[in-house]
Every structure is written in C-alpha cells, then in structure tokens.
Write a protein that binds this ligand. Structure first.
Ligand code: SF4
Ligand code: SF4
Ligand code: SF4
Length: 362
C-alpha cells in the first residue's frame, strides 16, 4: 500500500496530492480518476486520494479527467502536444498505437485547442478502444467519447467549422502506421523547434507556486484570444460543460470570504478593499467547492458564458458591500440597510428576546 506523500510515483506516472481537489477542501468528493482507472489503483485513505503504485499500469487514461492536473506521466505531456499540434503540416491522427498514450490523456480543453489552433478537423483513432484490455465495462472508451462529444458541442456552439472526428474501423496496419508515424515525427519536430517556449512554459508551470490555473485552461484561453475577434457572437446564454458561471445573492451572502479562500484556481477572489467578490469565468473549473462551502448557500450556478471575458481573463464583480461597525459587538460586517446590527447579533437578540424583555421589566 502506498503512503500518503505529496507526490506519489509509479515509475513514470505521478500523482501530486497537493493539487488534488480532495486535498484542497476536506469535503470535496471528486472521484473522476477513481471512476476511470481500469486497475483500481486509486483509493481513498483517511478521506485523501492515495495511489497504490503497484496497481498502476501507467496507461495515462486518467490524466485528462483531472480538472487540476494532479496526474502526470513523464513520457507524454498533453499540454505540450496540444500546443504543438498546429505546427504540424500533415495533421497527425491521435492514436494510442503510435502517437499518444491512451486518448484519455486528453481533456476537452486539449481537443478544443487542437481544433482551434490548427484550423482543421482533429482525428482520433477509436478503432482499438472497444477491444482494449483497459476498457473495463466500456468506462475508458465512454469517457473519451464523452469528451469528444463535449468538444464538438462547444465548437458547434461557437460556430467553428472544425470538429473532432473518429476512426472506428481498424485499417491496413502498415499504411496507417506509416501515416501516424509521419504525423508524430512532425509534432515532435515542432515541439523541439518552434514550440520550445510553450514546452518550457508547460514544464515550468508546476514549479510556480502562485500558478493556480491549470495549464490546459491557459492554453484554451490563449487559443480563444486568437479567434474571438473573428466570431460573430461572443456571448452565449446557454451552458457548456467547458465553462461555468456563478452568481452571489447579495441578501444572503455574509462576505465571510470562505469561497474566495477555498477556490482552487482563484476564479473567485476578493476586491482589494475586501468588501466584495470578483469572479473570473475562464478560471473556474466547476469543482463546486464554493457552492458547497458557502453556509448561507448564497453562491449558485448561472447559465451563459462570454468568450471575450474568458479570453482576456476579465472578471465580473458579483457583490459589493459597505462594511460598517456593528453597534452591538463592534465588529465590521457587510451593511445591507436598516439598523447597523450584524446578522450574528440580530439573531442572538431575536433568539433571546424573552430574556431581554424580562431584564427590562425587572
Ligand atoms: S481527478 Fe484529480 S482532483 Fe479529482 S480526485 Fe483525482 S487527482 Fe483529485
Ligand atoms: S458567497 Fe458564501 S462563502 Fe462566499 S463570501 Fe458570501 S457567504 Fe461567504
Ligand atoms: S469558482 Fe467555485 S466552482 Fe469555480 S473553481 Fe472556484 S470553487 Fe470551484
């Protein structure tokens, strides 16, 4: 059994516990990697995710599913691959047989980046999935297909002409392999030449203590920046599994700041005077921690997304309060009108009203 360390390694595969949502917030119940791992190598030990190194077969199928990039494999970096994809003259086919590990290594962000940056359709070789020994009960294949569908729904919504396509039939091995390999060599070339800065950004990313936004979202944001001026519509009223939106109820929020403290990507952050809360839609990974942690349930999901705000990392102020001193306890609190008495004192006075009346009458 593995120990609970900050980084757990099984040869090339590693899990960094400090990036896991379960580590960020005790009550978080993310099971995305557990659900997808065909070997059951992840376990919950004392409410923390633990990798049993001996059970991991390093297929990389779980990597794309982790919203916070807590899972990595030394031999393949999906961010570097997606960033370099556009430089390839002959678009490579994504195939676990030649170019990549299991296609589960990619997330919706990676597929979207490849389609937007290359300006072409991206082809995934799915012909081996159903017969793959790792595809227990169709879980791995189902997850890859779901990500492809989500990507295509998003591309359709923003009226991009490009899609993620799939090859379903096994083709003549020799010719196909040669084509895959040719494409892969092109990507490798571009990784070593024109994409050197992107790769260094990728490898440096995890060393930056203040970099909380997953690199796959930074790549996506930069890709959107390149195309957003060409789009006819940039604001969409509906939801997409890729972007999340939030609202805060002014009347019930107590400005306690818990949501801003626990948001793993700093998508929610306080105003400089600490009297309000901003939200940056492009940074939100939809983990739900803010909604869960908010005691008065003031923060809720909202429909719609704005590509300009996402691309340029614009933030929206969700609430702002004037802080005043409570006349009872002398503590600052967010004033919402009426007598200057904070919620805690008001509720104390209400629940002890009989006692106050008795004391006054004595
Ligand atoms: S998918 Fe990522 S955040 Fe979720 S439990 Fe696994 S390592 Fe933690
Ligand atoms: S939204 Fe909830 S958690 Fe955030 S400051 Fe307001 S009351 Fe606190
Ligand atoms: S805003 Fe909420 S759902 Fe989004 S990343 Fe932060 S805590 Fe998670």
């Amino acid at each position: 059994m593995g120990n609970i360390n900050f980084v757990q390694k099984s040869n090339l595969f590693s899990y960094t516990a400090t990036r896991c949502l379960r580590n960020e917030y005790y009550h978080n119940d993310c099971t995305l990697c557990i659900d997808i791992c065909p070997k059951g190598a992840f376990h919950i030990v004392r409410n923390k995710l633990t990798l049993f190194e001996n059970e991991c077969v390093e297929c990389a199928g779980c990597i794309g599913s982790c919203p916070t990039e807590a899972l990595e494999i030394e031999s393949f970096d999906p961010n570097a691959y997606a960033a370099a994809y556009q430089h390839s003259e002959e678009t490579p086919i994504l195939s676990c047989k030649v170019t990549t590990p299991c296609l589960g290594v990619f997330d919706v962000e990676h597929f979207t980046v490849m389609a937007l940056r290359s300006g072409k359709n991206v082809t995934c070789d799915m012909s081996h999935c159903s017969g793959c020994v790792l595809n227990t009960n169709g879980v791995l294949e189902g997850s890859i297909r779901e990500k492809i569908e989500e990507t295509n729904r998003f591309l359709e919504t923003i009226q991009s002409p490009h899609r993620i396509e799939s090859i379903e039939e096994k083709e003549e091995e020799s010719g196909r392999r040669a084509l895959f390999r040719k494409g892969f060599e092109k990507v490798k070339e571009s990784l070593s030449e024109s994409s050197a800065s992107l790769v260094s950004m990728t490898t440096a990313h995890h060393k930056l203590p203040d970099q909380k936004m997953p690199l796959k979202r930074i790549l996506l944001k930069n890709s959107l920046k390149e195309i957003v001026t060409e789009l006819e519509i940039t604001q969409f009223p509906e939801s997409t599994p890729l972007f999340f939106n939030k609202q805060i109820n002014f009347d019930t929020c107590t400005n306690c700041g818990e949501c801003t403290q626990f948001c793993p990507t700093d998508a929610l952050f306080p105003t400089s005077d600490k009297q309000g809360i901003y939200f940056s839609q492009g940074k939100c990974i939809g983990c739900g921690i803010c909604e869960d942690i908010c005691k008065p349930k003031a923060i809720t999901a909202k429909e719609g997304f704005d590509l300009v705000s996402i691309a340029y990392e614009r933030s929206e102020q969700l609430v702002h309060y004037e802080m005043v001193t409570c006349h009872e306890c002398r503590c600052p609190y967010p004033y919402k009108g009426g007598d200057p008495v904070c919620d805690r004192c008001a509720s104390f006075m209400k629940s002890n009203a009989n006692m106050f009346t008795l004391a006054r009458d004595l």
